[in-house]
Design a protein around this ligand. Sequence first.
Ligand code: GRG
Length: 326
Amino acid sequence: MKMNEQLGISLRAVDKEIENMVKFDKDVPRSSELARSIVELIRSGGKRVRPLMVIVGSRFGPAPDERKVWRLAAAAEFIHAASLIHDDVIDDSPVRRGDRAMHIKLGINRAIHVGNYMSARVIELISVYSADRERYAYDLSSLVTTQLCLGEYQQLSHLFDYDVTIEQYLEKSKNKTAQLMAACLRIGAQSAGADDDTANLLYSFGEKLGMAFQIRDDILDFTQSSEKLGKPAGSDLRSGQVTLPVLYALQDDALAPLIRAVNANTPAEYTDEVIAAIQSCGALQRTEALSAQFLQEAQQIIDRLSAYPAHRDLQVLLSFFSGRDK
Ligand code: GRG
């Protein structure tokens, strides 16, 4: 059974809510290139992990307001989708969700503005929830979006930097990926009136899942076929991203100088050899172990929330994150 079915959530209904973010903007004609591009991106796929997290979070509060929860869920996906558009421009990546990336279809300038529009639209919609009591909604539209940008900036400012520490890698991953997931669970819970302890435990749970997710993503870059990834294996290193498998491989004294020789001008054949060496030196297994540790910590949080029937939904999320293609 699919994750959304196990959670009893219709993905069609989630998608409709997301599309409504642009369809009901009175300033954007539905037939415009902007509106059509966003709807096309939404329809091209995506797992909707973040909206599902908002809805699951709301099941931990005594008074879920369906309309509010679903709006927040859609807003979360909008922020995520906007960041994907910008990320593909930054990484010069031509494929997204099996389709041509937006900057390939529209050109870089227009794609950037579609992303800008999407994050601004979230702020506009969330400003409806402006009462002090509901200030948590700003977590999504301001705090988390800021962290996304900072995470991406941290990544860009350390390209081909082989002296970056594991702590810096973890901090960047938290900003870039984990905090949005954490915030999704927490705002869902807060919007339904959950108590602070519960909301904060859900935040920690989402953060652990997000860390495991990003680390796994960095492993997949080394292990999956180019057909599946839409780019050759090892693309992160080719573009200068020093991810956890590389950091572990750098601890191998024989391998370290070979890795450090990779820069923006390195011939592809040399980088291919370094990627093969990283794949076979045990670094991927160590990386996988850290991802598994985050998942184990997430399990411990579920155990602390076992008084809530919705803890079973956290288990569904955890199984999904544990089972992603290795
Ligand atoms: C414009 C809001 C905004 C931000 C700009 C570019 C940027 C700052 C941030 C990039 C953040 C980013 C893309 C992180 C990667 C996170 C990640 C692992 C994405 C893949 O998520 P999935 O697998 O994708 O949930 P689907 O397609 O299923 O939705």
